[in-house]
Design a protein around this ligand. Structure first.
Ligand code: NAP
Length: 281
């Protein structure tokens, strides 16, 4: 596996293990992910997997410095309180620093000015966490260019990462292009479209052609575009499969076919719309 390098020079393993709903699979499942070779884990206070991850790391015996741990501030942990929220996350994870801390979603009440002021307040707390060495990198999730432009007005340290829903059928080109132009690494949440994508005939065709599975084609689709995928899986077999993606290169035309699929597999979540559906986070 290769690493991506963030603007501040820190490296981040090219595939992360998604932990949303992973607590339902038990600590043992996270131990298996560590055993299979995952060293980069994506958690969030909202997922309630931070303590399970702490226990899995303890059981694995793998040292903290070999791991890249990301967590996120949930919607009720924004504003100045984000600083203490991060400290609580550190306690639950049993570590004294995070590798990456993200604002999980931009504020949304429907009042644009108030929402952006809230995000700036959260980001000010994040900048302090970064200066204080509690986190090695700070970023955002589900921020679109207009949200990022607003944060840029604050000056100081800017997001290193934007975690977005990205998979074939949902490429979010405007957001990805903006991230690239600003040196922000786009990470792909639901890179398998939470398995909604896997029966798409083009994925089946390319899986056959490259001798891979549809899930592996989705992950290659991300990596070849410089998007860091965060697949979640519940079995050792799938965990392995999702890491076994570094021996093929999709042709330019196959990548283009995937990039120009009609819109499909979208979760339905949008940061400027009411509510986050309970099933998507
Ligand atoms: N920032 C955000 O707002 C946000 C939102 C959503 C997710 N995320 C992050 O992104 C991570 C991944 O997203 P996700 O969990 O929504 O969806 P996903 O990784 O796209 O898909 C997971 C689903 O695909 C199945 N799967 C995994 N590997 C497979 C394989 N090789 N073949 C067939 N099926 C396979 C899993 O089944 P089994 O589990 O049964 O194996 C599970 O049902 C989350 O865990 C979380 O860390 C972030």
């Amino acid at each position: 596996m290769f690493d991506f390098t963030l603007r501040n020079g820190i490296t981040i393993p090219a595939v992360g293990f998604g932990t949303y709903k992973a607590a339902e699979d038990g600590v043992e499942n996270l131990v298996t992910a560590l055993d299979v070779g995952y060293r980069h884990f994506d958690t969030a206070s909202f997922y309630e997997t931070e303590e399970a991850l702490r226990e899995a790391i303890r059981r694995s015996g793998i040292s903290r410095k070999e791991l890249f741990l990301t967590s996120k501030a949930w919607m009720d942990e924004t504003g100045a309180g984000a600083y203490e929220a991060c400290e609580r996350t550190l306690q639950r994870l049993g570590t004294d620093y995070l590798d990456l801390y993200l604002i999980h979603w931009p504020a949304f009440t429907g009042n644009w000015e108030e929402d952006r002021a809230r995000d700036r307040e959260t980001w000010t707390a994040f900048q302090k966490l970064y200066r204080d060495g509690k986190v090695r990198a700070i970023g955002v999730s589900n921020f679109l260019p207009h949200h990022l432009m607003d944060l840029a007005q604050l000056g100081g340290e800017q997001p290193q990462v934007d975690q977005l829903e990205l998979h074939p059928g949902h490429g979010q080109d405007a957001a990805v292009e903006y991230c690239r132009a600003q040196g922000i690494l786009p990470e792909a949440w639901s890179p398998l479209g939470r398995a909604r994508m896997l029966r798409e005939p083009l994925l089946g065709e390319l899986a056959e052609k490259y001798g891979k599975s549809p899930a592996q084609i989705c992950l290659c689709f991300c990596l070849q575009q410089g998007l860091l995928p965060l697949p979640k899986a519940s079995s050792r077999e799938r965990m392995r499969e999702n890491l076994d993606i570094f021996d093929i290169t999709l042709s330019d035309s196959d990548l283009s076919r995937l990039r120009t699929l009609p819109p499909m597999g979208w979760s339905g979540e949008h940061p400027d719309r009411e509510n986050v559906a309970p099933d998507v986070r």
